[in-house]
Design a protein around this ligand. Structure first.
Ligand code: 6GU
Length: 237
């Protein structure tokens, strides 16, 4: 997968050299390029913003550098992180992981001139995505979040592909709690059932934990869970 990230703060993306994303870059699974938007300015001050038409607080990113930047990286799927975007979900992560070329446009200030997004949308798919109902300084951290969610779904990145099918959100439910050694720690014991060796009972326990956690923490997810996915033994939440 090829990824181009355009930002006025390219240094924000140093963490993408670490850990499993860094490794995916090293093995060629991920071809990631970070670009400084100011590369595509032509004035001596390398200006990227100006005051909003219609008035109001803050500054808006000017269209010219963005137009040139997007022309330079070529077409793909453009992702614009923004608090007015559609909430980003695990389903979106899977959809993006299937694409060949992602382009991230990181806005700062009050956002990017809308014509940049409209112009790009005339030649490539554009997705405005939000991380949640709060406001960040800019899209940079959101891009790191999205890249983590997407990269771990690329074939060959995770050692154990079962991690993907078992995890929270994969099946529309939150995962059960997990434990490791020692069996007793600060007088707190690992649930006996997990040490019983009875794989049927363990699966049942995890399923019950998963359902009760989801029902109490995420009633929205529980309500959306398909009824025909509940088996006879699933306790009523
Ligand atoms: Cl994706 N960007 C910004 N700037 N703020 C946000 C956001 C994204 N998601 C929630 N708040």
């Amino acid at each position: 997968m090829r990824v181009d990230i355009i930002s006025i703060f390219p240094d924000y993306f140093a963490p993408l050299e670490l850990s499993l994303i860094g490794k995916a870059r090293g093995t060629g699974i991920l071809d990631l390029n970070v670009h400084d938007l100011r590369t595509w300015t032509s004035d001596v001050h390398r200006t990227v913003d100006d005051t909003p038409y219609g008035g109001g607080p803050g500054m808006v990113m000017r269209p010219e550098p963005w137009g040139q930047a997007l022309d330079a990286v070529g077409d793909g799927t453009l992702i614009v992180p923004s608090p007015v975007g559609k909430p980003f979900t695990q389903a979106d992560a899977y959809a993006l992981a299937a694409l060949d070329h992602l382009i991230f446009a990181c806005g700062r200030y009050e956002g990017i001139d809308q014509r940049v997004i409209d112009d790009a949308a005339s030649r490539m798919p554009v997705r405005e995505v939000s991380l949640g109902d709060y406001v960040l300084f800019g899209g940079e951290v959101a891009v790191i979040v999205i890249m983590e969610a997407v990269t771990r779904l690329l074939p060959g990145v995770l050692g154990n592909a079962d991690s993907l099918t078992e995890e929270s959100h994969a099946a529309g439910l939150l995962e059960a709690p997990v434990y490791t050694k020692p069996a007793s720690w600060r007088s707190r014991e690992v649930p006996d059932i997990l040490r019983s060796g009875d794989h049927g009972k363990i699966a049942r326990w995890r399923r019950d934990q998963s359902l009760s956690r989801t029902a109490s923490r995420r009633p929205d997810m529980m309500a959306a869970y398909p009824l025909d996915q509940l088996d006879k033994a699933d306790k009523k939440a």
